[in-house]
Design a protein around this ligand. Structure first.
Ligand code: MRU
Length: 344
């Protein structure tokens, strides 16, 4: 299995996703600030992977702390958590993971600095293992929705690279293959970071799952020709009413799927649910560096001063979502009820 992120004695090791598929190199983050920078600069990306990396970053920060007693560590711990929480605003898994580390800290607080350190390292490793298990469960639930010989469109990368392993949307596809179904994947290129072209295609080729990369603008064409049977995407945050924040371009895909009567499925663990947010209009959307749009592969494609916009995510209203596949089962509309039941 692809090793996206790992805890080691030297630090948190991550496969550098900025350089794939040309180079398979690993970055070792030796303190929590380096982990934060790796998340911000997208060495690691994808909601569940960001969550696990942030948890490991918190553990690393506390491991490196020189605090002699718990009261000294208290203030430092808050700062470490803030540095990691401040990296990217949309994927709720990041805040979920840091919150879980805060709870572990509170639980261990009266046992002393050494016990806190050990517990936080264990918790982060546990979250890594749990994420892979959750993806496998999601795969088992989700593959039931995938017909034999399905031609599946996906957007961005919701694979092993976006998680601790196996993947969410790609986990469902992998599980369908493991169940003996012949499937074929169409991967949207996913401008501007090219997660589909660079990452999804790379992962699926490694697993010998047939994949065709198309540019984002081609999706409607293939749907109208009857060459797509279903869409499966991941999510960065799902509001209580089932609205889904995911990679920019997902909304267009969902609307096209509806227009062409194609089921549109979202695969995400319950850690991606944010039931405190009533609907998608309240989900913060990250705006990234305009240079990501102005350049392709480092080459300027606009004039250097051209004004561009770069929202990294969009929100798909729940009305376009046929089902939400989670690690606890498949939610169907009305989502306000089905998601609440799954999260309970
Ligand atoms: O900006 P990214 O690459 O972190 O965005 C990733 C996505 O939008 C994924 O589809 C989402 O995180 C689900 S990953 C299992």
């Amino acid at each position: 299995m692809i090793r996206t992120v790992e805890w080691t004695d030297v630090g948190v090791v991550m496969l550098d996703q900025r350089l794939l598929p040309s180079l398979e190199t690993y970055v070792t983050c030796k303190d929590h600030r380096e982990v934060a920078e790796a998340i911000r600069s997208m060495v690691i990306r994808g909601a569940p992977a960001i969550g696990v990396a942030a948890a490991m970053g918190v553990a690393l920060g506390v491991r490196n702390s020189r605090a002699g007693d718990v009261s000294e560590l208290d203030a430092e711990f808050g700062r470490i958590c803030d540095v990691l929480s401040g990296t990217r605003p949309t994927a709720v898994n990041l805040f979920w993971a840091v919150e879980r580390m805060r709870r572990t800290y509170q639980r261990m607080r009266f046992q002393g600095v050494e016990a806190i350190r050990a517990a936080l390292i264990l918790e982060a490793q546990q979250m890594h293992a749990e994420d892979i298990d959750a993806n496998r469960r999601m795969g088992r639930f989700g593959q039931e929705l995938v017909p034999h010989r399905a031609r599946i469109l996906t957007h961005c990368n919701a694979g092993a690279l976006a998680t601790a392993g196996y993947g969410t949307a790609l986990g469902v596809i992998r599980a369908a293959v493991e169940a003996g179904k012949a499937v074929e994947v169409f991967a949207d290129e996913t401008r501007p970071f090219l997660q589909g072209a660079r990452l999804t295609a790379w992962e699926l080729e490694k697993d010998n799952i047939p994949v065709t990369v198309i540019t984002d603008g081609m999706a409607g064409h293939f749907m109208r020709l009857g060459r797509i049977d279903c869409v499966i995407v991941g999510a960065d945050r799902i509001a209580a009413n089932g609205d889904v924040a995911n990679k920019i371009g997902t909304y267009s895909v969902a609307v096209l799927a509806r227009e062409n009567s194609i089921p549109f499925f979202v695969a995400a663990p319950v850690s991606t649910l944010d039931l405190a947010v009533p609907d998608g209009s309240l989900i913060p959307i990250e705006e990234r560096d305009p240079e990501e749009v102005r350049r392709v592969g480092g080459v300027l494609i606009t004039s250097a001063s051209t004004r561009v916009a770069n929202p990294a995510f969009d929100v798909t209203p729940s009305g376009y979502v046929s089902a939400i596949i989670t690690d606890r089962g498949v939610a169907r509309p009305p989502y306000a009820e089905s998601l609440r039941r799954l999260a309970a």
